[in-house]
Design a protein around this ligand. Structure first.
Ligand SMILES: NC(=O)C1=CN([C@@H]2O[C@H](COP(=O)(O)OP(=O)(O)OC[C@H]3O[C@@H](n4cnc5c(N)ncnc54)[C@H](O)[C@@H]3O)[C@@H](O)[C@H]2O)[C@@H](O)CC1
Ligand SMILES: [K+]
Length: 515
């Protein structure tokens, strides 16, 4: 192992250590047991911590004047529900009612302890043996029937209760996981569990919630720390990591004293067809704003004046004199935005694939290739959306299957695949999947992908490895849009691009307010 490689290997290990590895329910239960033994606490204390963490977030939703119905099972998820009822009562919530579903064979120990505590308070408790014991409508429901212990198909009673809650509640907040959700098997074809408006997950988000299919199960999710031993959690092997701010900030290269434009790399952006040049301009502008030392747009000579007026920082190269171009001077190349589908486009992309330069392929650059063209390019990042991905790799029935295809292709062929999604998946040659936690629906507008391509290419040019550039590029792209979405209903690609460099400074320093 060379010294450079060793240093970067240790760095990646350390950096991964600081990120949330996503784990299964069963692993979470092991962490639960480990934490109690290691910290020498009773499991009921952990339940109290979980309930406190839930309540701390729940109260931010300003629901204290609403009628809160806690619907509880009799396992530990139900125990959490009872503790939450008590803690909300202590916080002054006046309209709390608890419904306990009596169709469990037995109650867990910690459920029973919490029931005893609850019975001493002035909170109505309804023991439900049939659907008729539940009210006809609910305002706010705290769903604490089934959590990670859900392990078999729902019988008709539970299915009917969940259907009733789904149909007659204004706002449903699930504790840890919506009741009846098979979070580890991803099998929701005939889902009959709770559909939450919000799920407050304990300690880790569930991988399933990052897949579009999860919209049947929860509209949104948030994660709270409940005090499980992080060292133990981090030691659990996982291929899935939730990207956080700290990880990305550590990846970003600094701008150093005595540096010059040559220190920050040179990006080349291939221009698109005459009708879609805006796409390559957006990618170029993103590269400039992302801090590339130089950015060159490869386009027809007749377009040079327009490009220069649009962005004076841009340099230009004549696509008509391609054979004279020395590609060695470019630290990273982007092709695809607005490229157009043609035999010439394919020739251009194949030519670039033969070079050693770090390369980002997006949009039509992917549409003119086959899966076979993509193998064995160690400096390659591809950024397909779902349709582009499925055209290359075949139709997929579910997002989980699609993710598995991307994960194995990236690993087997040594490339980075940025599979775009609300939570974009970055699949690496090491077989890991980094899941981007930033971004929002205000970004859904043509040109947004072109900006992402420019962001990733600039970071490649600035010296980041392909997987690092993809992770940091996606995070910053979404982070900028998240800040802007606080003030703008739509975050256009141009608006986002204009704010990239400001957002990077904020990311490094905080506070997070772009205006
Ligand atoms: N793992 C952790 O980190 C912690 C977990 N806690 C809570 O504990 C929960 C897990 O608790 P449990 O292991 O008791 O599991 P649950 O509370 O999810 O469910 C357990 C009960 O449900 C029954 N059950 C399972 N599937 C069913 C079905 N389809 N129909 C009817 N009954 C069914 C089981 O037989 C058992 O009686 C978590 O989701 C979380 O809410 C917290 O209290 C504290 C910390
Ligand atoms: K639940």
């Amino acid at each position: 192992m060379t010294k450079g490689f060793l240093v970067s290997y240790i760095f990646i290990k350390l950096a991964i250590k600081n990120m949330l590895n996503l784990i299964t329910n069963q692993q979470m239960r092991q962490a639960d047991t480990y934490t109690c033994q290691h910290l020498n606490i009773e499991s009921v204390e952990l339940m109290e911590q979980a309930a406190k963490a839930f309540v701390e977030l729940f109260i931010k939703y300003s629901l204290s004047d609403k009628e809160i119905s806690i619907v509880a099972g009799k396992g530990n998820n139900g125990g959490d529900g009872l503790a939450i009822a008590r803690l909300l009562h202590e916080k002054g919530y006046k309209h709390i009612k608890v419904y306990i579903l009596e169709k469990f064979n037995s109650a867990s120990k910690d459920f029973s302890i919490n029931l005893e505590k609850l019975q001493t308070l002035n909170i109505p408790i309804v023991y439900c043996y049939s659907l008729h014991d539940l009210p006809s409508t609910f305002d706010v429901v705290v769903d604490a029937v089934l959590g990670s212990g859900f392990n078999r198909a729902l019988d008709s009673f539970f299915a009917a209760v969940f259907r009733h809650i789904n149909e007659s509640s204004n706002f449903i907040v699930s504790v840890d996981v919506p009741s009846g959700c098979p979070a580890d098997t991803f099998d929701i074809e005939s889902y009959d569990g709770i559909h939450a408006h919000l799920t407050i997950c304990f300690q880790r988000p569930k991988l399933f919630f990052t897949l579009p299919e999860s919209h049947k199960v929860t509209d949104d999710f948030k994660t709270v720390s409940i005090g499980l031993c992080e060292d133990y959690l981090q030691s659990i092997p996982s291929d899935y990591f939730w990207i956080d701010k700290g990880y990305v900030t550590a990846l970003l290269p600094c701008r150093k004293k005595f540096s010059h434009k040559g220190s920050y790399g040179h990006v080349l952006v291939y221009s698109g067809t005459k009708t879609m040049r805006g796409a390559s301009l957006l990618a170029s502008k993103a590269a400039v704003k992302m801090g590339a030392g130089r950015t060159t747009l490869l386009t027809d000579a007749e377009f040079f004046p327009f490009a220069n007026v649009f962005l004076p920082e841009l340099m230009t190269a004549d696509i008509g004199r391609l054979n004279d171009l020395n590609f060695d001077k470019f630290s990273a190349i982007a092709i695809g935005p607005g490229l157009g589908i043609s035999e010439t486009s394919r020739e251009h992309v194949l030519r670039l694939l033969k070079l050693k330069n770090p390369l980002v392929l997006d949009a039509d650059a992917l549409n003119v290739l086959s899966k076979e063209d993509l193998s064995g390019h160690p400096h390659l990042v591809i950024t397909p959306h779902m349709n582009e991905f499925d055209r290359l790799f075949g139709k997929h029935k579910t997002w989980y299957e699609r993710l598995q295809s991307a994960k194995s292709f990236a690993q087997e062929n040594g490339i980075v695949i940025v599979l775009k999604n609300q939570y974009t998946f970055i699949c690496t040659p090491q077989g890991k999947v980094f899941i981007n936690s930033t971004g929002n629906p205000a970004m859904a507008q043509g040109g947004m992908g072109d900006v992402l391509t420019g962001c990733i290419t600039a970071l490649l040019a600035r010296g980041l490895k392909p997987e690092e550039a993809a992770v940091a590029g996606c995070y910053i792209h979404g982070f900028t849009a998240d800040l802007l979405a606080e003030q703008h209903e739509v975050v256009s690609p141009s608006l986002l691009t204009d704010n990239l460099s400001k957002a990077i400074s904020l990311l490094k320093s905080g506070p997070h307010n772009i205006n």
